[in-house]
Structures are given as C-alpha cells and as structure tokens.
Write a protein of this length. Sequence first.
Length: 288
Amino acid sequence: MAFKDFYSILGLTKSATEKDIKKAYRKLARKYHPDLNPNNKAAEKKFKEVNDANQVLGNAENRKKYDQYGEHWENAEQYEKAKQQYQYSSQGKSQEDYSDFFEHMFGGDASRAQGQHIKFRGQDYNAELQLSLKDVYKTHKRTLTVNNKNIRITIPAGIENGQIIKIKSYGGKGINNGPNGDLYIRFSIINQSQFKRDKNNLHLNVTLPLYKAILGGSETVTTFDGKVKLTIKPETQNGTKVKLKGKGFPKYKKEGEFGDLYLTYTIKIPSNLTEKEKNLFKELEKLR
C-alpha cells in the first residue's frame, strides 16, 4: 500500500495545532460526506482518506507515533517492545544485526530476526462518526470505513453526543499471531431540530396565541415521532410547562423505553391592532 501523507490529505503541515486538525477534518468530512455526494465514488474515496487522516492526527498518541515512524506508526509500540526484548537478549550484537531486526519488524525476512516468538497485541484504532439527532432516534445499521476496511455496525437508538463504544478486535492486526487491537468510535451528534435534548428527555418551546391562552382551546404540537393534539386550559400563563410522558428520546439499549417531552408555552402578543381591537382591550382593562 502506498504511503499516505495524512497532513497533506487534510491540507495541513506538521506544525498544525489540534484545533487546526479538528477544523480541517470537520470541514472536509462535511464536504465529502456520502449523504451530500450520493453515487460519487471520488467523494467516497476522499471521505475515507479524510477519516483515516483524522483517526491518526486527531489522536495525540497516534500523531506522535506517526511523526516518528511515518507509514509504520501502527507498529510503533510493538517495535519498541520487541526492540527492548532484542536488546536485552542480544547484548554484543552488531549494528548490522540491529538493522536486520528492524527489517523484520517492518516486513523483512522473519527467519533473520531474534525474538520472533513474542506475540504483540495490535494497535487500537480511534474514529469519529457524525450523526444527526434523527439518525439516533431509531436503532439502525451503518457501514464505516476504517483503514480502507468496511465495517458493518449496529448503532443503538438513544446513543449520546460524545459517547464512545468499543468494537472488539477491529483495530490493528496483531504481530506474530497476537490478538488484534480494538476500534473505539466516538459519536458526534449534530442537533439541527427544534428540540433540545437532555439525555432521554426532550424540551420544546410552543407559541400560543394570546386569545387561546386566555380562553383555552386546542393546539397541535409536533413531537419527535408525530403530531399530538393538546388541550389548552383557559388562563394559561406565559412560561407554563407541560410534560408529555413517553414522548421524549429512546433510552440507550432499553428497547421500547422513552424519556419525556417537556413543553414550555410562550404567549404571543398580537401586533398591528386595529382601532376596534384597541378599544376592546381598553374596555377589558376597565372591567379588570
């Protein structure tokens, strides 16, 4: 596989800060996201490369290894451990022997290396997956591309922003038949809805006409999974809160269980009153 310059992929240099990397990744991930580029193979390939670059440069430890070992960054820990073992058991070896060992670690002749019986666990991978609030309202499957490998995972409903899940054995390949590393996925939930999420509960502001707040009536409100017709009590005050039980967000890994939806009423004062309307309000003022 040809060496990929992750800094170039993100349009950065080695002097880039963590903030620079995060900003560049988010910009490019949005630009090449499959949802915005349907059936665009070139954009799909670029999206994979951007994710791979962020997986390495967006993690301080991975970036340090990449800066030191380049294309061999994934084997950095195994190399260091094996190097220590080799140095311990091979006192007096020449520099040429040491070079042979290095070649073995990165693809050389295994028969020439010392300590080849040692097994090492593969590198853990880290990835970030951006989803909308609507995406995580229901359990669904999603295909991720990590290091040019497609991984099909199930995303449970109710997963939270910033939550990290582990996919066992989907990290780097172990050395000398050692166990594979794990894949850690951090979820970035983008909320562009009218609802405010608080764990399993949702909050929504509902505007009521002044007359309906005073006299009462009915109001149709949109919940996350449909519309609900509410009865508005007469003399409803501004800021009144109403709870709709079970109309909130699904609870993580608790099938069929939901939080609540909290509505806050805001009374809308009418504008552009006619003279007749003003006079009627004046009469009401006198009565009060």
